[in-house]
Design a protein around this ligand. Structure first.
Ligand code: PMV
Length: 315
């Protein structure tokens, strides 16, 4: 059976600042995936069907590659087939996602990427990663308005990415592995809402907000240096400072702050919200000895789930 997958992601530094032209760093979460299985149609001759039983029960159908459907799952299918010069195949795609939605872990971009990959392998064809990235970005725009592009990039390349809007993609080498815990606040939050909030603040108080975003961008630059040269423990204080700045920008929440404080009290090296904020997830950097204690502290502080992920060295 043909199947394809795509990973989740977390933003290590620079969310929100990246929307306004400052650098950010995101890393893949390879253990958290969307899987798409390709089946023959239930009835011969049926058109392309996409079923996402984890998300909802409705069956979506694509009849022509010339359609531009509003539905994001059908939109990526149409864009992929069109880019690959393929007709609509008679297939049934089943999506299984382990990535929670609306929590800053990249579920939308991962679903699009996995659908595109499944269709390309069924048609025994390929698209360059750069092209796939562009298509997934187009679909991300349906969810988020005008996303920076960092989510689709880290997911399509499945590599840590140093990202500046409008500049060539940079995939920095990672000198030493490090482990993060991802604590879910349990509150679903819309990135579109938090991005809109920051844009309105920039309009009404540019002098207060722009320097905060600029400082966040400087933290991303410092973090890139640490990632490339080793001693990842040094990321901890940078994460703490990034969280403090995001609080000042106004995109944290009481629950996220409680989780960040609990992780630090339990011995984490650093902690911050990750993604759009106002809910969703926080991340915390842990050493090998302290991970269990920090995970326990996050659970006691109200995290509805705690996931562990290691960013591998690439050198
Ligand atoms: O999709 P999320 O919640 O991980 O947020 C993406 C990060 C933002 O910087 C807030 C938005 C963007 O488009 O980069």
């Amino acid at each position: 059976m043909i199947q394809a997958s795509a990973c989740g992601k977390v933003i290590l530094f620079g969310e929100h600042a990246v929307v306004h032209g400052f650098p950010a760093i995101a890393v893949p979460v390879s253990g958290l995936r969307v899987l798409v299985r390709v089946h023959p149609p239930e009835q011969p001759g049926e058109t392309l069907q996409i079923v996402a039983s984890d998300l909802d029960m409705s069956v979506r159908e694509l009849h022509s590659v010339d359609e531009l459907p509003d539905d994001p799952l059908l939109r990526i299918a149409a864009l992929t087939l069109r880019a690959a010069g393929q007709p609509v195949p008679s297939l049934r795609l089943e999506i299984h996602s382990h990535i929670p939605i609306a929590s800053g872990l990249g579920s939308g971009a991962a679903i699009s990427t996995a659908i595109a990959r499944a269709l390309l392998s069924s048609c025994e064809t390929e698209l360059p990663a750069e092209k796939l990235n562009e298509l997934v970005y187009q679909v991300e725009s349906i969810y988020h308005g005008r996303p920076s592009g960092i989510d689709n990039t880290v997911i399509v390349y499945e590599r840590p990415v140093y990202f500046v809007r409008g500049e060539p993609i940079e995939l920095p080498e990672i000198a030493e592995p490090f482990t993060l815990l991802i604590g879910d606040s349990g509150v679903r939050a819309s990135t579109r809402v938090s991005v809109g909030f920051v844009s309105r603040r920039i309009e009404s108080e540019p002098v207060a907000v722009m320097p905060l975003l600029k400082q966040i961008g400087e933290l991303s630059k410092a973090a890139r240096h640490v990632l490339q040269h080793g001693n990842p423990d040094m990321l901890g204080p940078l994460m703490n400072e990034n969280h403090r700045l995001l609080r000042e920008v106004g995109v944290s929440s009481e629950r996220l702050d409680v989780l960040v404080a609990a992780a630090l009290e339990a011995g984490a090296l650093g902690a911050k919200l990750s993604g759009g904020g106002m809910g969703g997830n926080m991340i915390t950097l842990v050493g090998p000895a302290g991970a269990d204690a920090v995970a326990g502290a996050l659970e006691r502080a109200g995290a509805v789930s705690v996931r562990r992920t290691t960013v591998q060295a690439t050198l």
